[in-house]
Write a protein of this length. Structure first.
Length: 105
């Protein structure tokens, strides 16, 4: 699993039947800033992930990738490689809170 920020959404009108009705989001993985360890920073990469929770652009989310993405009841029969499995409220290190959803919006 990894932390990611929802940076956009995607629409696909032509897709396999099992994917109909599933929301597709563009997510960018984030990591703890290796220099200051006081914030999360983007990696500059992006993925398409199926969203089963109703996340929106700007949300920090928890993403599962690979075969684990097909282990939820909602995704077990989907041809996917990434799924949003959690909406992140807070990220804390030993030094303190580095992300809080309440103060970011």
């Amino acid at each position: 699993m990894f932390i990611a920020k929802v940076v956009g959404s995607m629409v696909s009108t032509q897709k396999v039947a099992t994917m109909t009705g599933h929301k597709l989001m563009l997510v960018e993985p984030y990591r703890v800033d290796p220099n200051k360890r006081e914030s999360l920073v983007g990696t500059g990469r992006s993925f398409v992930a199926v969203d089963t929770l109703g996340s929106g652009v700007g949300d920090m989310v928890l993403v599962t990738q690979g075969s684990s993405a097909r282990l939820t009841p909602e995704t077990k029969s989907l041809p996917i490689d990434a799924v949003v499995v959690g909406l992140i409220d807070q990220v804390s290190l030993a030094t303190g809170c580095i992300y809080d959803r309440k103060t970011e919006k």
